[in-house]
Design a protein around this ligand. Structure first.
Ligand code: MSP
Length: 518
């Protein structure tokens, strides 16, 4: 078998000014499902996440907490690492921008950009938002209720005037536009690429890439008083993690350029404009894709600390168990769109697809086998066209899922898996194995065999999104080989495999009481 190409997927590195919430969990979950899928599909995968620990925003948060910035970063970064464990993320690395290896990497990149003539010294006079850690032009701003100026994100901005180094972003307008045209899938969803293109077509100003009014960051080499702009620092984490500046490093050679940078729509400009421009300037290969997903609201409201409606992923997992949470987040909303989190929809969705779907199908089938076939997978007789049609559907499902995964259309990938569950349910209704028990026990054995094998394949296919539950299911069925090469005939379950009394994989949830009800 020819070896499949290595695969590198990243998440944004999260600011440590805030404790993790459902939005952070969402992005990393998407990357996790992709990483798990690719591993099961035979790729060598690098899956990176981490924390973004420098800049004015973090410095201010530490100050407010009355803690030294490094101690503050250590504390909050640990919460993000706890989240990764609680969500069962399979990241290969957790990078922190305060690590020495990262400082070395960003300073090296800076020097390369400087040597190639893309950095010059001047003075910045303009608007800056600490909350967004972003510069804005006058034309982008609106007036807030109290006469203050606001960024398009709603964040307050302040006037900044200070000496600064600049990156010649303006030199990359045409190159970027040509690159987008040649690589129309560089940004997904497509509509977001159009936004990026019109931003670039609107004209690019050179980018201020150093600050002098605070000190929490990576020092600019040979320029006392200058701290690197947090975004040049942060974006470079994707290179650091694979060994940059050592371009001969094993990991670098294997994994760079990254296949997918998974990000929220709020930070698309940094990833789809600034980042490729930095890389072009440094003569480094460009990533394959930036996927910008949508934002979650909570029961119709924007999620924010000040509104007090932040959804705590730890609490959700505590209430419902991990895999339903993982499933809901990626199944409910077409990936790329905004979504609204509601407990009612959560319960309806999980009951329909999990408890009444995969859960019920496997519970019924495994119970029947356990009771009627000597607690083991029966030997099948010859297969009918109905049997073969269901087998074929399982094999096709892998192809369909693969296609959707390659475009990060998670909701469609899971639809396809649920579609296979529905097909198996339909097969049961038609074949009626319980009725065959008396009339044709041999046929009953064949039907139960077909079902057991299709459940095995559903379990294998659904591992990326629900690793724990599918492990529980496959372990009950004594299925040890779980890679995607086991889909189809190659991995057919062996007659005689022990099937103990099955334990339910998914609970059924109660609908939450309506607002106003006792
Ligand atoms: N530190 C930068 C990223 C640097 S990457 C080189 C940053 N950090 S952040 O902590 O603010 O995280 C932003 C990311 O969290 C968003 O891009 C998005 O992926 C995720 N989300 C935060 N709130 C969210 C929602 N309400 N809904 C969905 N995702 C959101 O920006």
């Amino acid at each position: 078998m020819t070896e499949k190409p290595a695969y590198y997927v990243t998440t944004p590195i999260y600011y440590v000014n805030d404790v993790p919430h459902i939005g952070h969990a969402y992005t990393t979950l998407a990357a996790d499902v992709l990483a798990r899928f690719k591993r099961l599909d035979g790729h060598d995968v690098m899956f990176l996440t981490g924390t973004d620990e420098h800049g004015q925003k973090v410095e201010k948060s530490a100050e407010k907490a009355g803690v030294d910035p490094q101690a503050f970063c250590d504390r909050v970064s640990a919460r993000f690492q706890d989240l990764a464990k609680a969500m069962n993320f399979s990241n290969d690395q957790f990078i922190r921008t305060t690590e020495e290896r990262h400082k070395k990497s960003v300073q090296h990149l800076w020097k390369v950009l400087q040597e190639k003539g893309y950095i010059y010294e001047d003075k910045y006079a303009g608007w800056y938002s600490v909350r967004d850690e972003a510069f804005y032009t006058e034309t982008e701003l609106t007036d807030g209720e109290n006469g203050e100026k606001l960024a398009p994100t709603g964040a307050p901005v302040e006037w900044v005037e200070e000496p600064s180094y600049f990156f010649k972003l303006s030199a990359f307008e045409d190159k970027l536009l040509a690159f987008y045209d040649e690589n129309p899938d560089f940004v997904l969803p497509r509509a977001r690429l159009n936004e990026v293109k019109s931003f670039v077509k609107g004209g690019l100003e050179d980018l201020s890439i150093s600050r002098t009014t605070f000190s929490w960051g990576v020092p600019v080499p040979d320029a006392p008083g200058h701290i690197m702009y947090v975004w040049i620092d942060a974006l470079t984490n994707y290179l650091t993690a694979v060994g940059y500046p050592d371009e001969g490093a094993e990991a670098y050679k294997k994994f760079w350029p990254a296949n997918v940078h998974m990000v929220g729509k709020d930070i698309l400009r940094f990833h789809a404009v600034y980042w490729p421009a930095f890389l072009m300037a440094a003569d480094l290969p460009l990533p394959g894709r930036v996927f910008a997903h949508g934002w979650w609201t909570n029961e119709g409201q924007k999620i924010s600390k000040s509104l007090g409606n932040v959804i705590d992923p730890f609490e959700l997992i505590e209430s419902y168990g991990l895999d339903p949470v993982r499933f809901f987040l990626l199944r409910e909303v077409p990936f790329g769109n905004d979504g609204d989190f509601s407990r009612k929809n959560f319960v309806l969705r999980c009951n329909a697809d999990l408890a009444n779907g995969i859960g019920n199908l496997s519970q019924r089938t495994l119970s029947m086998i356990h009771k009627n076939c000597d607690e083991q997978v029966p030997a099948p007789g010859s297969f009918t066209s109905d049997d073969n049609a269901l087998f074929a559907k399982a094999e096709e499902t892998l192809e369909v899922v693969r296609g959707h995964m390659d475009r990060q259309a998670f909701h469609l990938a899971f639809d396809a898996i649920i579609g296979l569950v529905t097909a198996a349910d339909g097969y049961i209704s038609v074949q009626q194995p319980w009725a065959l028990k008396k009339t044709d026990p041999e046929r009953m054995n064949t039907v139960l065999y077909v079902l057991a094998d299709v459940i095995r394949q559903i379990g294998i296919l659904a591992q990326p999104i629900m690793p724990q539950s599918m492990d529980k299911l496959l372990s009950q069925m004594n299925v040890a080989e779980r890679g995607f090469e086991q889909i189809g005939e190659a991995g057919r379950i062996k007659p005689g495999t022990a099937i103990p009394k099955p334990e339910g994989v998914f609970p059924r949830f109660e609908l939450p009481a309506e607002e106003g009800e006792a």
